[in-house]
Design a protein around this ligand. Structure first.
Ligand SMILES: NC(=O)C1=CN([C@@H]2O[C@H](COP(=O)(O)OP(=O)(O)OC[C@H]3O[C@@H](n4cnc5c(N)ncnc54)[C@H](O)[C@@H]3O)[C@@H](O)[C@H]2O)C=CC1
Ligand SMILES: O=C(O)C(=O)[C@H](O)COP(=O)(O)O
Length: 373
């Protein structure tokens, strides 16, 4: 069986190599010719799987994306052609939670904020947004949840977008949609951007097109710029370069790039595909992962935001990602290059943190660290 996979998908050889003829290539460069005779196509978010790509894909039986977002896949077309489709919901939600936590702590350091005195609005309360909300609660923040679809099912506990937009920090975790009752394309449009006040912080770790980047640049060039954390950009891999110097943190769509998150993505497709072919599956992704560089730490003393910042940076230094982005900005192909060469990043849960004080221990677990190893 011929299997073609994105080269940035870890563990493909390990999981599929014994029963498929595996070829890998750059996800943005896959051509219709390459799909001739291919039965299984495994992609990440940068491959547009559409009519144009599938013109010569006569043998294709299975398409999988090792990502949460599916906006790059024409799922109707796959259904029409009887091609099984699988994605990896939630695979990198913990990594996105880690990313936003690291961003919050860096924003707080920059602004001299105590996060427990601040309000955060989470827009989109699914897999990734819930991770962010949990961590924000653990930090002692007031958390506003905005999700009109979830609010329909359970009307209490959610706020309207207008109220969410009053929070000190607003973090976006929605899929990109252009239709329906609550489309997210340019959810943050020129009008909304101009209503915000200069002390507010915006975080985008979902899809670039949720924010109107040109309108945002205009706002940032004015008198009261916002504090911006941008992992995703309109028209990736292009970036509106002048906007970068108006961001506090800028990264190349790597919020979900923990080793665990990527491995879970490939593993979800392995399970779906093996099940389709009636084969036995390994049931845990853990056995694929190497031992993390630091596995255990004991904390003395009280909990404070500074302790939290130091512990998070031990595992994930978001400022290093930001520095690499700014250093490479403008070089040809820099965005994809940074993603391809992304260093191995572990999740906070790979570190067991112990404290003799139960409240410290509980807070750190709420932030995503493990208890015992
Ligand atoms: N930067 C990165 O590396 C990553 C980005 N993503 C992106 O983040 C998106 C969200 O991921 P998940 O949380 O796992 O998806 P999910 O499907 O679990 O949750 C999305 C939530 O957004 C809500 N929603 C939809 N439209 C909304 C609107 N107009 N206003 C408020 N809420 C709305 C939905 O009801 C749902 O609860 C993905 O679709 C993907 O595009 C996901 C993983 C990593
Ligand atoms: O899971 C998603 O959705 C994402 O946005 C991915 O984490 C992005 O990774 P790539 O698919 O672009 O490598």
């Amino acid at each position: 069986m011929k299997l073609l996979a994105d080269e940035n998908m870890p563990y493909v050889q390990t999981l599929f190599g014994d029963w498929a003829e595996v070829t890998t290539c750059a996800g943005r460069d896959i051509t219709p010719e390459q799909l001739k005779g291919v039965e299984v196509l495994l992609v990440r978010s940068i491959t547009q799987v559409n009519e144009a790509l599938l013109t010569k894909a006569d043998s294709l039986r299975f398409v999988g994306t090792a990502t949460i977002g599916c906006d790059h896949i024409d799922t109707e077309l796959l259904a029409q052609r009887n091609i099984t489709f699988a994605s990896a919901p939630g695979c990198n939600k913990v990594a996105v939670g880690d990313y936003v936590l690291a961003a919050l702590l860096t924003v707080a350091e920059h602004k001299g904020w105590l996060l427990k005195e601040k309000t955060i609005a989470v827009v989109g309360v699914g897999n990734t947004g819930s991770q962010v909300a949990e961590r924000a609660h653990a930090l002692g923040m007031e958390v506003l949840l905005c999700d009109p679809f979830k609010a329909q099912q359970s009307p209490t506990g959610f706020v309207e977008l207008a109220q969410a937009l009053t929070a000190d920090i607003i973090s976006f975790h929605v899929p990109i949609t252009r239709d329906g009752a609550h489309p997210t394309w340019h959810l943050l449009d020129e009008e909304v951007i101009h209503q915000l006040h200069g002390d507010q912080v915006l975080i985008n770790a979902c899809r670039g097109e949720v924010w109107d980047n040109n309108a945002l640049l205009l706002r940032q060039q004015g008198a009261n710029p916002l504090t911006l954390v941008m992992d995703v950009w309109e028209h990736e891999p292009e970036v509106l370069a002048p906007l970068v110097k108006h961001t506090l943190l800028a990264t190349p769509h790597i919020a979900g790039y923990s080793l665990e998150g990527k491995a879970r993505g490939t593993f979800a497709l392995y399970q779906a595909l093996k099940t389709q072919y009636g084969q036995e599956v390994m049931n845990s992704v853990e056995q694929l992962l190497p031992t993390p560089p630091i596995t255990h730490i004991t904390c003395a003393g009280e909990y404070d935001q500074d302790l939290c910042t130091r512990l998070v940076r031990l595992i994930y230094d978001i400022k290093a990602d930001d520095r690499a982005f700014r250093a490479a900005l403008g070089q040809h192909g820099f965005f994809d290059q940074l993603r391809k060469q992304y260093p191995q990043r572990r999740e906070l849960g790979s570190l067991a943190v112990e404290s003799t004080q139960i409240d410290v221990q509980n807070t750190l677990h709420g932030l995503g660290f493990s208890a015992q190893r």
